[in-house]
Write a protein that binds this ligand. Structure first.
Ligand code: UD1
Length: 420
């Protein structure tokens, strides 16, 4: 149980520079991929977040040796001895499912406890399981467990995903890397994290083509070596800090970003009236000193659409913009839990199923609120920066899953925020 809170005294304009951390959603599949490597894998730009710690514990219990020095992590999977992730670790990190494809690729079998739901509504794994079955994996369910085995080895297959699921695409890529023959993934997810995973695997000797497009082709190879790789910048953390700049009418320079990955997001900030400039390959400058306005409608979609993960922090920003903003959430059910908490700060938000309508109010006022999930928690911090008075954000273990010391980053650019 985590009793820590973030206490924010709102009303300070943010100004300064934040170097954006590496991407959680890239790091986790990359760590899973190290399981397939025969030699040592070295990952640079690894953020200090609790989801990464959970992934290290999984690697540890599989018998892999992990070592972290600052933002550099090495994983040696040479002596991997186990093919089972304990249920407690599964529960700790829902996205541990991405280890399934890698463990199967390495060991040819895996025992998996059936994951429960999570704070974003039910998160089924049927696409993962059906795809693996097509690759020769047999699945037997027994009291709370799924036993995966590939008696004749994992074989390449033509897989058409019913939906371009990020996790399912990653799992199939991981299982296919050392499978026999060629795997084609049609309707693959096109998120930047997929491209990052393919780049790392290819450095290790895999043969993956088409990542970032709708069809990914994996030609199985007998084994992978280790390699060195730098985790891509976190586009959702960048988007969150842009929201923090805008809501405080501030001015931020975000460095170590990956500009291309933000193409679905930057135009929206310009539409709201912010000045946004990109330069030097990795820098984004945002200035929100002019009057801002509501952006109209925001529809979440798979990449390159507006990312569902940025919906909550953006909603926090729109609560104080003159006009009406309509959100349409198309990826997850139950992804508006933060709306009620924002309401406690004075926001006017009406939620009906996949639609949330935000009527901008002139000001928010500080109150005690609770993080409902990772991005919902970041939304409350964003809102707290603009509140009159003190905002106390509880349940911040959700935020720590994906944001590296969010209070330090914000304090360094002028926010009054402490962890207690
Ligand atoms: C990943 C990201 C998450 C992001 C999401 C969408 C990680 C660790 N997490 O989650 O931050 O919000 O992509 O960009 O990278 N679905 C099924 N059956 C399945 C798999 C998915 O019905 O077997 C559904 C899900 O319920 C959801 C949709 O497909 O409605 C998209 O899910 P998916 O792309 O798989 O998201 P994750 O990989 O879980």
């Amino acid at each position: 149980m985590n009793h820590q809170k973030l206490i924010i005294e709102g009303g300070r304009r943010l100004q300064g520079e934040i170097a954006v951390q590496g991407a959680k959603n890239s790091l986790l599949p990359l760590l899973a991929a190290t399981v397939l490597c025969d030699g040592v894998a070295t990952l640079h730009n690894c953020p200090r977040i609790t989801d990464a710690d959970a992934a290290f514990r999984i690697l540890d219990c599989l018998g892999c040796k992990c070592c972290r020095e600052c933002s550099v992590v090495t994983v040696d999977a040479a002596k991997m001895a186990n093919n089972q992730v304990p249920e407690a670790l599964m529960q700790e990190m829902r996205s541990s499912i991405v280890f399934l494809g890698a463990i199967l690729g390495r060991c040819g079998s895996c025992r998996w406890s059936t994951p429960g739901g999570c704070e974003l509504g039910p998160r089924p794994i049927d696409y993962h399981v059906e795809s693996l079955k097509q690759m020769g994996v047999e699945v037997v369910q027994e009291a709370g467990y799924m036993n995966f085995t590939a008696p004749k080895g994992i074989r390449g297959a033509k897989i058409a995903l019913p939906f371009p699921s990020v996790g399912a695409t990653e799992n199939v890529m991981l299982a296919a890397t050392t499978a026999e023959g060629v795997t084609e993934i049609h309707n693959a997810a096109r998120e930047p994290e997929i491209t990052d995973l393919a780049e790392f695997l290819n450095k290790c000797g895999a043969r993956i083509a088409g990542a970032g497009g709708s069809t990914v082709v994996v030609e199985g190879v007998p084994k992978l070596s280790g390699a060195e790789h730098t985790v891509i910048s976190d586009r959702i953390v960048t988007a969150t800090y842009m929201c923090c700049a805008a809501i405080t009418r501030g001015e931020l320079l975000l460095s170590r970003t990956k500009q291309d990955d933000l193409s679905p997001i930057l135009p929206l900030f310009r539409k709201m009236g912010c000045s946004v400039y990109t330069y030097d390959k990795d820098k984004i400058y945002i200035n929100a000193r002019k009057a801002l306005r509501a952006p109209g409608k925001i529809v979440t979609h798979v990449h390159p659409g507006f990312p569902t993960d940025a919906q909550a922090p953006l909603m926090a920003l729109t609560t104080v913009l003159p006009g009406t903003t309509i959100f349409e959430e198309n990826i997850f059910e139950s992804r508006y839990k933060h709306a009620a908490e924002l309401g406690r700060l004075g926001a006017k938000i009406n939620v009906r199923e996949r639609i949330a309508v935000v009527e901008g109010v002139p000001r928010l006022s500080g109150a005690k609120v609770s993080s409902t999930d990772l991005r919902g928690g970041a939304a409350l911090v964003t809102a707290g920066l603009a509140c009159e008075g003190i905002t106390t954000v509880g349940e911040i273990q959700h935020i720590d899953r994906g944001y590296e010391a969010i209070e330090d980053a914000l304090r360094s650019v002028g926010a009054k925020i402490i962890r207690k």
